[in-house]
Ligand binder design. Structure first.
Ligand code: NOJ
Length: 514
């Protein structure tokens, strides 16, 4: 059974790519109608595919009718649906919290003469989960879509829904004298009560699956969050991502950091719950640019990432275009970018004294729009995505990097994804086999075994541009004589002489252990 996760498709002013919902019951006309959604669920179901929706429950759009009411006065039916506080005696914001997109997490509202809290942009006011009416309204929305036949939900920004009982200033952590709202509110004790309630009211007794976007929920918390005693089926962990949140300072990372993070996640989910494997999403630049040097062959790099993605123990989440080997864009002006976080980061960089060229280079490297360009179907206008005007231009490379061209080319990234997906379907050990890391100290190679009784595979990926040995010490594999290469991303298994003693630059192999 496969599934397609749609980022939010609800009515929205689209200030934040739909993560600002104005009506949870209606499909955004930009995408279609509620009837189109019914038809999608039905047609996907006939092909064994479930549709997963993105529930944005920490906040709504400021255009949602709940907020429009709430902001009118301190005593209306929705007055307590959001988080309102009086100003400090000097008129300033109730706390010094910095929102995740930059600037204060509080915005003044003239009509109420109060501030409201927004963990993200001012157009995304946080809901007050302490109010049982709010919670019920949110569960009703989820149940409406469950009744429509959706296969599950991705729960957006979920660790922020519970706020601390007392709001206090945090220790300033930047030149703006503010303190990151994340540190002040993430995973606040009591949050699990809300989420258990969600599980009981929405998930129990259904066949849906849930995955939480849970930045800040660590391995120690995992048993409370996933698995039979948890609240979700899986949660995304972000420790293995190498694109840093601080755009001004290039994150220094080593392959061993990535491997350790993945191995730790595999270890905890071997005990409780299940692991969602991913390297890309709509919030991150393209993985080929993040994990590989500029001069790496992009097809081999795309194949290397795909190999890890499709062979680790867990559910692989393939992000649109990842299977085609998409890379970042670099547009000449900030005006070409739509992502509100990119614009905010650009402006903050200028106000900190960086030049326009420097600020733009941060955007080129880290912008979320790198991963938000339209899907490239073919070499026609707008890559066959639309006859209208897309929200962002298509990537320049669309005439060669498109689904149609790659489907016809056995040497493409897409062809490799197909081969690996077929292999995965045919080899159950990739679904349920144990994971064991091999050659953990190598800064060139990520290698691991998947084992289920006598069914054993070795996966090895060279992240470096030079030839790299695979060190079998401690792997339980006696010698390379016991290893037979079944797939190589170079498409010429013969050249490995059947063994992966030395991987070629950026080579990925899948081998059987005899
Ligand atoms: C996480 C989403 O993935 C991101 O795209 C969005 O901007 C924030 N949550 C706010 O909803």
């Amino acid at each position: 059974m496969g599934a397609v996760w749609l980022t939010p498709v609800f009515v929205s002013p689209m200030e934040d790519n739909g993560y600002d919902v104005a009506d949870y019951y209606t499909i955004n006309p930009l995408y279609g109608s509620n009837e189109d959604m019914d038809a999608l669920i039905e047609a996907a179901g006939q092909r064994g595919i479930r549709i997963v929706m993105d529930l944005v429950y920490n906040h709504t759009s400021d255009q949602h009718e709940w907020f429009r009411e709430s902001m009118q006065s301190r005593d209306n039916a929705y007055s307590d649906w959001y988080i309102w506080r009086d100003a400090k005696p000097d008129g300033s914001a109730p706390t010094n919290w910095r929102s995740i997109f930059g600037g204060s997490a509080w915005t003044w509202c003239e009509s109420r003469q109060q501030y409201y809290l927004h963990t993200f942009a001012p157009s995304q006011p946080d809901l007050n989960w302490e109010n049982p009416e709010v919670r019920q309204a949110l569960y009703d929305i989820a149940n409406y879509w469950v009744d429509k036949g959706v296969g599950g939900f991705r729960m957006d920004a979920i660790p922020y829904i519970k706020k601390p009982p007392v709001f206090k200033d945090g220790t300033p952590d930047g030149v703006d004298g503010m303190s990151d709202v994340h540190a002040m509110t993430v995973n606040t004790p009591g949050i699990l009560d809300f989420l258990h309630e969600f599980r009981q009211q929405v998930q129990d007794g259904t066949d849906i699956f849930t995955v939480g976007e849970a930045n800040g929920v660590g391995p120690d918390d995992l048993p409370d969050w996933v698995g039979s005693n948890g609240v979700f089926d899986m949660i995304f962990s972000f420790d293995h991502l190498v694109d840093g949140d601080n755009w001004r300072v290039e994150k220094q990372w080593k392959l061993t950091d990535v491997k350790q993070a993945l191995t730790a996640a595999e270890a905890v989910t071997a005990e409780a719950g299940w692991y969602p494997v991913f390297f890309e999403n709509h919030d991150k630049p393209r993985s080929i640019d993040s994990y590989f040097p500029e001069d790496a062959d992009p097809v081999l790099a795309g194949r290397a990432m795909g190999t890890v993605l499709l062979t680790l123990r867990g559910t692989p989440f393939i992000y649109e275009g990842e299977e085609l080997g998409y890379t970042n864009v670099a547009w000449p002006s900030i005006d070409d970018y739509n992502d509100l976080n990119s614009r905010s980061q650009y402006n903050s960089a200028l106000s900190e004294g960086y030049t326009e060229a420097e600020a733009l280079s941060f955007v080129h490297r880290h912008s979320r729009d790198n991963a938000r360009t339209p899907m490239q179907w073919n070499a026609e206008a707008n890559a066959g995505f639309t006859t209208g005007t897309p929200w962002l231009p298509v990537h320049d490379d669309y005439t060669s990097e498109n689904a149609q061209a790659e489907a016809a080319d056995p040497a493409s990234v897409l062809a490799w994804y197909h081969r690996l997906a077929d292999f995965r379907q045919a080899n159950e050990v990739l679904c349920d086999g144990d994971y064991r890391e091999v050659a953990a100290s190598s800064e060139q190679v990520y290698a691991f075994t998947r084992e289920n009784g006598d069914d054993k595979l070795l996966i090895a990926v060279n992240f470096s541009g030079s030839e790299a040995p695979v060190d079998l010490t401690g792997s339980g594999i006696a010698s390379f004589e016991d290893v037979e290469v079944l797939l190589s991303s170079y498409d010429d298994i013969e050249a490995t002489a059947g063994t992966p003693e030395a991987l070629r630059p950026y080579e990925a192999i899948v081998a059987r252990i005899r």
